[in-house]
Design a protein around this ligand. Structure first.
Ligand code: C2E
Ligand code: CA
Ligand code: CA
Length: 767
């Protein structure tokens, strides 16, 4: 029924198959029309003279019309293989076949009675031939065929029966059955062929699409070798990958082409050896990563291949695809390396250090040992970076890492955590002395001077350590605790090693509390200024006072400025505090004799604050103190962060008429350059030199002499700080310092006491 088109099975795309059936009609239309016309002319010839000519012509015209109509239907169905055929179209076609068949009934029913038996046989022969031709031509459309066969067969049967020739009638029946069965069978095989054909077409379309895509893909190529592993049917792309032309590689051993010099030595890289083995063993393989040598260059190929079989099923070589994955591989290697190593120094980075610490902690846990984590921070590195630039800074970091690397053994791993922070993981730190030894070696080694870019650089290192699992059972806590210890070391001035202690937490907590109190210190009136006299070295007359802040905290008692000023700087609380000091100092100074100046300390944080100049002007104008009587003390550290802004601020201060003193000279980084550039009014030589000079240290003496000489030539004044004894005073005087400050002439004292000094003839007050 399905073949006949009378029902559509649920499986399969029958709409399309019907289309394939009917679209084939048009191809045979012409032959069909011609065969019908010939048959019709033969029929007319048989009955010419017996049947009225008009009837014959009339019949022929009707037949021609029906054929024309049928042909036009066939033509309209020519494209149904690409669209679905409609039920009405099938019906129309069947009806036209039916009409055509009925027209053929006419000669048998209407002409035959006018002729004799031999004419009838002739007619039957023509009919049978036409039926046979139709069965062949309409094989794709059995329904039309059956209609034709059925009607013509039945009418022939009837006409033979009418004439009493039963043998012929029987033959007609048999012939009809054969034709029917035959045409159904042909239709079935037609359909089967069409089904297979369309599946093939679909498949080949997919294959060609895949191939196209593959060929358009950048890196891939096809390769093929024969049983002797020689390249066959070399594709241009494959040849290109080998850096040769297809002709050059055709017939060459595949392995030779990719082995490079290894072909002669036989020393294949293992991946290439693997490939050769697989080819030898006739194994299929996919995405095999092979190190190849192409035109002397090492590259990575990813190759897949399957053995090829000949028609007889015997091994016939290999066929496969390949691509060059060198770039991907290198970049993924690079990424993997970058993810674990620091680019600047080549040391393991934070991630790898963290991993190593985790590993060390597991090891310690397993073997009941201890591990250690050392956190290292460079002292004064920032100064180098800021004054000499990042290029020098980077070179210095590279030198530091070299030295660090030279220190570690198999038991340790050193890495860079970022910036100027480094770390060492000690795997087995059961021996506590070992941790101390490593830490000291690190400080020692890293603190030796560096020669970078014609500069001699002096930096130091601070180390904080934590022992696992004692000081922390997780990587995070151990790192945090080592950091806490490092922080402590920094706070103590650096250049030291501190081990973690639980009290450090308390220390950090204390700092937090101190900050809390500091925020409220001004409004609670807990700050006061003390004043320390500075005297003329020759006549010991008071020239000025240095204002020094004192904090008597309600919560913490008396807190040294050495402790809270850095905290104030870190938290930028120094800005409001500094403003208060300026105002307070100026207000006090106007009460002193007109020739006595006041010196106020200014932090770098303050100087960089945009409101700083305004606050100086404000302090001067509200107090009425002449600018000439105010001297600001700054240290070299102000040039470290933003030298340009600091310099501009100082120049503005100077243009107001204020003096600027360079404090703590000699303790900073590189000093002389600043002194030459800026017109300081005073250079204050740090107490350490005064002490050094009095104990006869030649460098201290040399430095003081040099500074004094230079200051003289630049018309600057010099102050020696921290003169405590008569002896120190004598030496300093001898060296030519103009001014002297120190406990010898007076400790920092409350304002009232300082004022009282002007009434005393003798300067040295009770100590
Ligand atoms: P500085 O500016 O170098 O101040 C001199 C320090 O040396 C003062 O310590 C002073 O008491 C001490 N000193 C003076 N003569 C002698 C001596 O003969 N022997 C000894 N051993 N020490 C002497 P102080 O007051 O503790 O101040 C420490 C630091 O705190 C100051 O160092 C300064 O850097 C900072 N500071 C103090 N007040 C202020 C302030 O108002 N603003 C800012 N930004 N910093 C301040
Ligand atoms: Ca000072
Ligand atoms: Ca000082």
């Amino acid at each position: 029924m399905a073949v006949l088109g009378l029902s559509d099975p649920s499986n399969g795309d029958w709409g399309r198959l019907r289309g394939l059936q009917y679209s084939s009609l048009a191809r045979v239309t012409q032959v069909r029309v011609i065969s019908h016309v010939i048959a019709a002319l033969a029929v007319i010839r048989i009955y010419f003279g017996d049947v009225h000519i008009a009837a014959l012509i009339g019949w022929f015209v009707v037949l021609a019309a029906s054929l024309y109509y049928g042909a036009s239907i066939d033509k309209s169905l020519v494209d149904v293989d690409r669209r679905r055929i409609g039920r009405d179209e099938v019906q129309k076609q069947t009806m036209s076949s039916l009409g055509n068949a009925l027209i053929w009934v006419v000669p048998m029913a209407a002409f035959a009675p006018f002729g004799d038996a031999s004419q009838q046989l002739e007619l039957w022969a023509i009919t049978a031939m036409l039926l046979t031709a139709s069965a062949v031509l309409l094989s794709a459309v059995p329904l039309a065929n059956l209609v034709l066969t059925g009607i013509m067969g039945v009418s022939a049967l009837a006409s033979f029966a009418w004439a009493g020739s039963f043998e012929m009638a029987l033959l007609t029946v048999l012939f009809g059955v054969v034709i029917t069965l035959g045409s159904v069978e042909t239709a079935r095989s037609f359909l089967t062929a069409r089904i297979a054909e369309s599946a093939m077409a679909e498949k080949s379309e997919v294959v060609s699409m895949l191939l196209r895509e593959f060929e358009e893909g950048e890196a891939d190529w096809l390769w093929q070798i024969d049983t002797a592993r020689r390249v066959r049917s070399a594709s241009p792309r494959f040849a290109f990958a080998l850096g040769l032309s297809p002709e050059e590689i055709e017939g060459k051993p595949f392995i030779q082409l990719i082995a490079g010099p290894a072909w002669d030595t036989g020393q294949f890289p293992s991946s290439l050896h693997d490939l050769a083995e697989r080819l030898k063993r006739r194994e299929s393989f996919s995405n095999c990563l092979v190190r190849v040598t192409i035109s002397g260059q090492q590259r990575w190929w990813e190759i897949s291949g399957t053995p090829k079989l000949s028609d007889t099923g015997s091994f016939d070589g290999f066929r496969g695809v390949g691509s060059d994955v060198t770039e991907q591989r290198e970049s993924s290697e690079k990424i993997a390396h970058m993810a674990r190593f620091d680019t600047l120094t080549g040391l393991p980075n934070r991630m790898m250090v963290t991993e190593a610490l985790g590993e060390a902690m597991r090891y310690a846990d397993q073997w009941r040992t201890k591990c250690a984590f050392l956190m290292i921070d460079l002292d004064r590195f920032k100064a180098v970076n800021d004054t000499l630039g990042h290029l020098v800074g980077d070179q210095l970091l590279a030198r530091v890492s070299e030295r660090l690397k030279s220190l570690v053994t198999d038991n340790e791993l050193c890495g860079r955590l970022g910036g100027d922070e480094f770390a060492v993981v000690i795997r087995d730190a059961s021996d506590h002395n070992r941790v101390v030894r490593v830490a000291e070696a690190v400080i020692d080694t890293l603190s030796r001077p560096y020669e970078v870019d014609h500069h001699t650089l002096y930096i130091g290192a601070s180390v904080g350590s934590a022992i696992g699992p004692r000081d922390g059972t997780t990587v995070e806590t151990l790192m945090r605790n080592a950091d806490l210890a490092l922080y402590r070391s920094k706070e103590e001035g650096g250049g030291q090693h501190f081990g973690y202690e639980p009290s450090l937490h308390a220390h950090a907590e204390e700092r937090r509390k101190l900050e809390f109190s500091l925020r409220r210190a001004l409004e609670k009136n807990e700050m006061v200024l003390h004043y320390q006299p500075v005297v003329d070295a020759s006549d010991e007359q008071i020239l000025s006072f240095e204002a020094l802040i004192r904090w008597n905290s309600e919560d913490h008692g008396f807190v040294s400025p050495v402790k809270f000023i850095p905290l104030a700087e870190d938290t930028r609380l120094i800005v409001p505090i500094g403003e208060w000091v300026l105002r307070e100092a100026c207000r006090e100074a106007v009460r002193w004799p007109a020739n006595v100046k006041v010196a106020v300390n200014v932090s770098g944080e303050q100087l960089l604050d945009p409101g700083f100049i305004g606050s100086v002007v404000q302090a001067l104008s509200s107090s009425g103190l002449p600018a000439q009587r105010l001297e600001l003390e700054v240290t070299e550290s102000i040039f470290v962060r933003d030298a340009t802004t600091a310099r501009q601020a100082l120049e503005q201060i100077m243009s107001l008429g204020c003096g600027v003193a360079l404090d703590d000279f000699g303790t900073g980084y590189s000093s002389l350059a600043y002194i030459r550039d800026l017109r300081f009014s005073t250079i204050k030589i740090d107490r350490s030199f005064v002490q050094g000079a009095s104990s006869g240290a030649p460098e201290s003496l040399a430095i003081i002499r040099a500074v004094v000489a230079m200051a003289e030539s630049l018309e600057m004044s010099t102050t020696a700080e921290g003169v405590e004894t008569e002896r120190e005073l004598e030496i300093i005087r001898g060296l030519g310092c103009r001014k002297i400050q120190g406990y010898y002439f007076g400790r920092p004292m409350p304002a009232a006491e300082a004022r009282g000094l002007f009434h005393d003839s003798k300067l040295r007050v009770a100590q």
